[in-house]
Design a binder for this molecule. Structure first.
Ligand SMILES: [Zn+2]
Length: 746
């Protein structure tokens, strides 16, 4: 939460060359430290506002598929007991009055909620021959709501296992894998006929009996990891957790996806199939391939956990969806119930936390989707979640036009290395899974703290047409890069783009084969000098060799912290920072460097025409996440400003730690501000809101675009704006948990 004084505010305030003391007074910030002021005084010019691109041509809404007009999704996740206790009319009334456009209704596959005749589709024990699913579908239809038929192909019962032992996942000893929580259920293997025979049989039965709009499978494909199965089919596949296995896995996912989609369409051509695609950057299936296949991105990212504690988990997921869906539909499941490592599926979570998850869903461009488990008597033993959801949905419904994004206005692209996230082994001392999560959160926190406008860019979507909109691409330890991807990055730089990369970026190919040399060594002007050096006690430093814009604000020190791990690279002419090697931290008698001066670079910078390239040999983003060290944050911010030549598309000035999104919309533009200035930004759930003061937004409009109004959608008021030439400026006086400034043009 180290939010530095915003250098730009300072500079704007001090533009008339106020003496420093007067400038401090103008800022009127008791908390500003002298050191930060020194930094601000040293800092460069205010960011150059780059004009927004010419506005997109309007889209005729009638040509959109029906799901692209869905804005609100409701789900009461049905339990086996619900047919005995759920009041269907009350359930349908709630979602309808909340403004849900579509509801999920359980067919399942583990337990049938209708009198299924499919063998092994066991009827729920409270069903008693009743057509609970059919009654729910009718109640939803009567109210004009669409219906998702929800299935679960991941588990089944002993009788199915006895008849079809080949359907089960198995461990290395050949033993069947059972559910960790209810061992009566075995885990089904996605490579077996279970998925080819059993699942389609249920889908066809549903299509023959009911009018549903689309089909969804929960529990498959896996979220955030790849299966490890040793059944007869899987033992013939490449070994788990290899690039070859991942390709086979993706082939099977896409095969089944197309097969199920075809079955969905047997009844209605505008029906479709979709599945769970959560896990954000660590999604199981290849997101480039699935992004081309899916018409509904179901982001199953329901809430924070103690091992993934950052408040922006939902926004991060939204950025992943934007990177791959190209305007197709995406929704994120927000749990109203208590998610987390310790969870209560029938108790509402903190309202401030539930609301922030919905805020993030909306801000990051996804459709709202609210979810609770079980509908015991009275529509739930705990009914507190209901009002929060319906109030939120009702508010959003008033502003659909402004809340639906058309395109992001960001000028920085962060490459999300999905294969690196899934397969990269990480340095020996680290857990691979956590390692890349920490890396992602490190760059994410860096960008939020610096108030940069950024998008994620998938590693398989680096074609110039797509990435040329970005002034810079960031590669936070994107270890796995194919030759083709490297060539695309070279083409991007040749066209004028800039790069910041770190640590093992490009040291592996797409098959996880280690390279002798960095794949983009030529571009970055680096050469590998040895294997990864980890920290033993006291991490390495960077020694300041000369002044440079990336070192702005550092004074009274010769050393800066380095990172936990680094790849040694060969010396370069005229270095800016050189490595002071690490040493033990205990005993203190030995806590000094073996060599206080080396010629090993701790950063390598290059300028080629209008491109600027920066490479950090250390895992600096992740080390920032682990430590919160302000020097690393400043170094990263300075470097990002240097490679982007301090260009910005949207500038948001003001106090506080926030995340912002800037979208072009049909009526104009929408700037979303999420207030994370909160003691629970990194731990637990938000329990209260700490409002922020004024935030001034500046952006340069494309030529010919006139502003009609700027409205704040959360506080429901119109605010004044001013135009200085083409530069639009307005001040949002206060941000509680969330605010949206909707700019109407025309
Ligand atoms: Zn298997």
């Amino acid at each position: 939460m180290d939010h530095m004084l915003n250098r730009r505010t300072f500079l704007k305030t001090s533009a008339a060359s106020l003496p420093l003391a007067a400038a401090i007074q103008t800022l009127n910030r008791a908390t500003v430290s002298a050191e930060t002021i020194a930094d601000a005084a040293i800092g460069g010019a205010a960011p150059k506002l780059i004009p927004l691109p010419a506005r997109l041509t309007p889209v005729d809404p009638s040509i959109l598929s029906w799901q692209q007009n869905i804005r609100r999704v409701g789900q009461s996740n049905m339990t086996e007991h619900d047919p005995a206790v759920m009041n269907i009319e009350q359930w349908a009334d709630y979602w309808h009055s909340a403004g849900a456009d579509i509801v999920f209704i359980s067919v399942t596959g583990i337990l049938a909620f209708y009198p299924s005749k499919v063998q092994f589709h066991r009827h729920g024990k409270f069903l008693n021959g009743r057509d609970f699913f059919g009654e729910c579908v009718a109640a939803a239809r009567k109210r004009g709501m669409r219906v998702v038929a929800r299935m679960s192909p991941d588990l089944n019962w002993g009788d199915a296992l006895e008849a079809h032992p080949e359907w089960a996942m198995r461990d290395g000893n050949g033993s069947v894998l059972f559910s960790g929580e209810d061992p009566r259920l075995f885990r089904t293997c996605m490579f077996t006929r279970y998925m080819d025979d059993y699942v389609p049989a249920i889908m066809r039965e549903i299509n023959s009996l009911y009018d549903v709009d689309c089909f969804y499978t929960n529990g498959w494909p896996p979220i955030g990891s790849l299966p490890k199965c040793h059944c007869a089919v899987c033992s013939k596949l490449p070994p788990p957790n290899t690039a070859a296995y991942w390709r086979t896995f993706n082939d099977r996912v896409v095969e089944l996806w197309h097969k199920y989609d075809g079955i969905a369409k047997e009844k209605k051509s505008d029906s479709f199939y979709f599945a769970n695609l959560g896990g954000n950057v660590r999604c199981g299936p290849n997101l480039d391939r699935l992004g081309k296949t899916a018409v509904w991105f179901q982001a199953d990212n329901q809430g924070r956990t103690s091992d993934d504690p950052a408040v922006w988990g939902c926004s991060l997921q939204g950025r992943v969806c934007s990177a791959i869906m190209d305007g197709k539909f995406a929704a994120n499941v927000s749990a109203a119930y208590s998610t987390g490592t310790v969870r209560w599926r029938n108790a509402s979570k903190n309202p401030a936390e539930a609301r922030m998850w919905l805020n993030e869903t909306q801000a990051s461009g996804m459709a709202l989707y609210y979810h609770f488990i079980g509908s015991e008597a009275g529509f739930g033993e705990d009914r507190r979640w209901q009002k929060l959801g319906s109030d939120y949905f009702q508010w959003a419904k008033k502003h659909d036009a402004h809340l639906k994004p058309r395109r992001s206005l960001a000028n920085i692209g962060v490459i999300m290395g999905q294969s690196t996230q899934l397969l990269y082994p990480a340095p020996a001392g680290a857990q691979a899974h956590d390692y890349m999560r920490e890396t992602t959160h490190g760059i994410y926190a860096t960008l939020l703290n610096g108030r940069f406008a950024f998008d994620f860019v998938h590693e398989d979507r680096l074609d110039l047409e797509r990435i040329s909109k970005y002034r810079a691409l960031l590669l936070p330890n994107i270890a796995m890069l194919s030759d083709r991807q490297c060539q695309q990055i070279r083409d991007y730089v040749r066209s004028g783009g800039s790069i910041m990369a770190s640590f093992e970026t490009g040291l592996y190919d797409e098959n996880l084969q280690r390279r002798e040399e960095f794949a983009i060594a030529d571009l970055l002007g680096i050469s590998k000098a040895g294997d990864v050096i980890e920290t033993n006690g006291n991490a390495y430093y960077g020694r300041i060799e000369r002044s440079h814009p990336i070192l702005d604000g550092f004074s009274n020190t010769n050393w800066l912290p380095g990172a936990q791990n680094r790849v040694p690279v060969k010396s370069v002419p005229d270095p800016i920072l050189t490595v002071v090697p690490g040493f033990v931290q205990y005993p203190p008698e030995l806590a000094y460097p073996p060599a206080s001066h080396t010629d090993e670079p701790a950063v390598v910078l290059r300028e080629v025409a209008s491109s600027r390239l920066a490479y950090f040999p250390g895992d600096i983003e992740r080390t920032f996440w682990l430590t919160g060290h302000g020097d690393l944050l400043r170094l990263l911010h300075n470097t990002i400003r240097w490679i982007t030549q301090d260009e910005a598309v949207v500038n948001v000035d003001g106090d506080g730690f926030l995340e912002f999104f800037a979208w072009e919309t049909t009526p104009g533009y929408a700037i979303h501000l999420l207030n994370y200035t909160n003691p629970n930004a990194y731990h637990g759930w938000l329990s209260t809101v700490y409002p922020l003061g004024p935030q001034t937004v500046s952006m340069t409009l494309p030529s010919g675009v006139k502003v009609r109004a700027v409205d704040l959608l959360r506080s429901d008021r119109t605010i004044p704006f001013r135009l200085e030439g083409a530069v639009l400026r307005f001040t949002i006086p206060r941000v509680d948990d969330y605010e949206i400034a909707a700019v109407t043009v025309g």
